[in-house]
Ligand binder design. Structure first.
Ligand code: NAD
Ligand code: TDX
Length: 336
């Protein structure tokens, strides 16, 4: 299979490329990535001789058309992906997540190429503590500019599948963790703070709940959907990993042999979603997918070790990321 992977220099895309090169020798991979602040070519260094890399924008209609004409399938990871950035400057989210997806859809439509769309559980909004987990039938109700643009892109995909017969599948996954995740995100930010001897930074009281899944489990599900998913179908991906943020910070502190209460509360995120939770019954029963990383604490320990071993990968981004948080007004709170 000839595969075009958009956003392959980002966190999930790079892990997908590694997994594909290791486990699918019959697949040829072309990565299309704009190398924004979130893209890092070093994430693909160890597979550089085994893939083609194209530096370009998914919203470039001519480039996308040419690349799509030469492949059997597209897996679309490229996005502006950080909620906090979407609150500071939403325009790149509209441009990449909506206009970029439009460009890909037009190309796969023209060339009748199979398309898989990688999306997020955030399109469903958030849940109270007692509500049942999201399913494929939950109505869309996004909260942030990020999740609104992801929801918009999902709706384009559904329309292109129905109106033009595009052979598309969609997946909406919960919060990923693992190697190669940018230091702006919650878990890598705290790990790299702890490596530097800095206290972790918890938004508000830290009662928000996220449903954690290891990135390799997410990517195995993407492959199952590509292989055996029903065209036109959405699959939710999640591994029953619900934890509140404060618990995760305390687990990280314990892994560093630090006092579990040695963290700072900082300014909360405006409009902060309270809880995400995924019901992945369809994926499990129809496609037989099961997560391999059942033990979050063990997955976290391996991730910490990866950041310890790969300081040269994350160090160049760390200071600028912290400056951006400070410039956006993040402040330590006395009490919450
Ligand atoms: P990321 O920010 O780490 O990587 C995004 C990649 O896309 C980067 O390499 C960047 O250079 C590239 N990119 C951005 N704009 C581009 C453009 N216009 N043209 C080409 N490339 C461009 O993101 P991630 O966390 O790896 O997320 C990947 C996908 O998975 C996204 O679609 C995201 O919405 C979705 N998702 C992420 C999570 C999560 O927990 N991180 C969970 C569910 C779904
Ligand atoms: O320093 C921090 N302190 C903190 O308490 C940061 C960066 C975050 N948080 C909180 C906010 C969230 O409740 O931790 C939680 C996770 O934050 P993020 O890593 O920013 O993830 P989230 O906003 O939940 O979105 C993520 O999962 C869904 C990805 O970034 C999205 O791309 C994906 O769609």
């Amino acid at each position: 299979m000839r595969l075009l992977v958009t956003g392959g220099a980002g966190f999930i895309g790079a892990n997908f490329v590694h997994q594909t090169v290791a486990e699918r020798p019959d697949t040829t991979v072309t990565v299309l990535d704009a190398l924004t602040y979130a893209g890092n070519k070093a994430s693909l260094e160890s597979v550089a001789g085994r893939i083609d890399f194209v530096h370009g924008d998914i919203a470039d209609l001519d480039l996308v058309d040419e690349l799509v004409s030469g492949v059997d399938a597209v897996v679309h990871f490229a996005a502006e992906s950080h909620n906090d950035n979407s609150l500071t400057e939403p325009w790149p989210f509209v441009q990449t997540n909506i206009v970029g997806t439009y460009a890909l859809l037009q190309a796969v439509r023209r060339h009748d190429v199979r398309y898989h769309h990688v999306s997020t559980d955030e399109v469903y909004g958030d849940l109270t503590a007692d509500e049942p987990a999201f399913t494929e039938r939950t109505p869309y109700n996004p909260s942030s500019p990020y999740s609104a643009t992801k929801a918009s892109s999902d709706l384009l995909v559904r329309a292109w599948a129905r109106s033009f017969g595009v052979r598309a599948t969609l997946s909406n996954c919960s919060n990923n963790y693992g190697p190669y995740q940018h230091v702006e995100k919650f878990i890598p930010r705290q790990i790299t703070n702890l490596i530097d001897g800095v206290r972790p930074r918890l938004y508000g009281a830290g009662h928000q709940i996220r449903d954690w899944i290891h990135v390799d489990d997410h990517n195995r599900a993407v492959w199952d959907i590509l292989d055996r998913g029903r065209v036109g179908q959405t699959y939710l991906i999640g591994a029953n990993g619900e934890l509140d943020n404060k618990t995760v910070v305390r687990m990280l502190l314990e892994a560093f042999d630090r006092d579990p209460d040695d963290f700072d509360h900082v300014t909360d995120r405006p409009g902060h979603d309270q809880r995400y939770a995924i019901d992945a019954t369809l994926l499990r029963t129809e496609l037989g997918w099961e997560p391999r990383y059942a033990d979050f604490r063990a997955g976290l320990a391996a991730t910490i070790q990866w950041y310890r071993d790969n300081e040269s990968w994350w160090r160049p981004d760390k200071a600028a990321t912290e400056r951006a948080y400070a410039a956006a007004g993040e402040q330590t709170l006395g009490s919450v």
